[in-house]
Design a protein around this ligand. Structure first.
Ligand code: SF4
Ligand code: SF4
Length: 479
């Protein structure tokens, strides 16, 4: 029996994760062990698995992979071979699943809270050749998914050239972040012609005119709702984010339902960040405390169930639910015993200590408009961003091999606790892990390894426990 790797699969590997099989066109990655990888390597259409040097165990693995569709058994006399693209490529750098790429620091809106002062183009944008070189480096580092963001990514005249390069190299564009104004039928037709249908993620900041108010332009609400309708009509999925503040907080329920009516599939909420732009705009009186946001979620969760879970939702990292599913969860209650201050079992503790301080940042690299490699967009506003390498100067693969960026995102909770006595002594440390680095540095600009005070308030205030109790009761009441 001879096997060949099915045509949609490729063999890939990265530093410290050397064996993986990637499935096109979605680019899903499955990390496997060495024996399974050996079977896949031998499945090039030439090796007879009935030979005595092939063990029974290898034959069993091959049969299983055939049932899963990863391998195809060849008929007697059938010839087949791997394409060049399917053959094993090992990237020298560490694995990153997705690049969240700010392709410009310019924008056609004037949001009061913009991290990067995009209306004034404070971070500018890189020239075309540099951008294409970064795209090439993304491909050569084995990064399989990209989100395009800004600023407003659609203001770049070479937007479609960047898209074309990524598509030509089989990189999946998962999301395009936009304020919606430039989401036109013509643009969507061009993407459709290219066979790519990314999710358009468009912020919506409240009914009653609050969206126009926050976005700083008249007609923003009409534009965003038109963009959601257009995406739905043309088969592009949509998601949204809402920045909450004291002005728009009471619109949360109406805003969720309005977005759902316009075909939006998912929503993330967060309190507005007190950025420099927000302070300059004279809006600081409307800044929500983390406790106010948490209380608002506690009030809203029963409404969400009453309204039939109209879209998938993530409320400030405190409550998550898939549309139409009963599988809601409280993200930071995964170590349930921690909330009560009880000691979790040894295996749970070890898992926590070995995990990276930010699971999201570990697999998602943010590239700023200046080309800097950062764990997340909020850091692009802060002076600390100067400590991290720029792709065009340092090299992406090098940045993913040995750099200040890589050291930050691969820091484990155990290493963090060793550097932070306050968190090490905290009863919530195994659930919290010290919180978010952007949150920490906002509290203390000189210490990126400090405690995230928002997490302290949420754990010590019992908010995660209360969210779970409220969600359990609401889910029960609504069947
Ligand atoms: S739409 Fe986004 S990039 Fe543009 S000004 Fe608003 S927050 Fe900044
Ligand atoms: S950030 Fe606060 S809640 Fe989290 S471990 Fe540190 S002290 Fe505890």
């Amino acid at each position: 029996m001879r096997y060949v790797l099915s045509e949609q699969y490729l063999l890939r590997g990265w530093d410290r994760l050397p064996w993986a099989v990637v499935r096109r066109p979605e680019n899903t990655v499955r990390f496997i062990d060495a024996p399974m990888f050996r079977v896949l390597e031998l499945s090039d259409g030439t090796v007879d698995f009935d030979l005595p040097l092939i063990s029974d165990q290898m034959r069993d693995v091959a049969a299983r992979l055939e049932r899963e569709g990863v391998l195809r058994a060849l008929a007697d006399g059938e010839r087949a071979e791997l394409t060049d693209d399917q053959r094993y490529v090992r990237y020298p750098n560490r694995f990153i699943k997705t690049v969240h790429w700010s392709i410009t620091g310019r924008c056609n809106y004037r949001c009061r809270h913009c991290f990067m002062d995009a209306p004034d183009a404070r971070l500018g944008e890189l020239d075309h050749d540099t951008m294409m070189d970064i795209a090439r480096q993304i491909v050569e580092a084995g990064i399989l998914h990209v989100n395009l963001t800004g600023g407003e990514p659609l203001v770049r005249p070479d937007f479609l050239e960047i898209v074309d390069y990524l598509i030509a190299h089989h990189v999946v564009i998962e999301q395009i972040y936009s304020n919606g104004r430039l989401v036109t039928r013509e643009l969507l037709e061009k993407l459709d012609e290219r066979g790519t249908h990314p999710e358009f993620n468009m912020s919506f900041d409240g009914t009653e005119g609050w969206h126009d108010w926050l976005r700083g332009v008249d007609g923003a609400t009409d534009d965003i709702l038109r963009a959601f309708d257009l995406c739905r009509a043309m088969g592009f999925p949509t998601g949204a984010e809402i920045c909450l503040h004291r002005g728009n907080l009471h619109t949360l329920r109406d805003s969720v339902n309005l977005l759902a009516e316009h075909g939006c599939l998912s929503l993330k909420t967060n309190p507005v960040s007190p950025t420099e732009a927000w302070k300059r705009s004279g809006s600081s009186d409307l800044t929500l405390s983390i406790e106010e946001a948490a209380e608002a979620y506690l009030t809203y969760i029963p409404r969400y169930f009453e309204d039939g879970m109209p879209l998938s939702i993530m409320l400030g990292g405190m409550f998550s639910c898939e549309k139409g599913s009963t599988d809601w969860f409280v993200p930071r209650m995964h170590v349930a015993t921690c909330d009560a201050g009880e000691k979790p079992d040894e295996a749970v503790m070890q898992d926590c200590l070995d995990s990276c301080i930010c699971g999201h940042a570990r697999v998602t690299l943010y590239i700023s408009p200046e080309g800097r490699m950062l764990p997340c967009m909020p850091l692009s506003e802060l002076p600390v961003q100067d400590d991290y390498p720029a792709v065009q100067d340092f090299g992406l693969a090098r940045g993913l091999t040995d750099s200040s960026y890589l050291r930050l995102v691969t820091t484990t909770v155990g290493e963090y606790l060793a550097r932070n006595p306050e968190c090490a002594a905290c009863e919530y440390r195994f659930a919290c892990g010290g919180g978010c680095r952007a949150g920490a540095i906002r509290a203390d600009p000189d210490n990126i390894m400090g405690p995230d005070r928002a997490m302290c308030a949420l754990y010590r205030g019992g908010y995660y426990r209360r969210v779970r109790e409220v969600a359990e009761a609401a889910a029960k009441m609504n069947g």
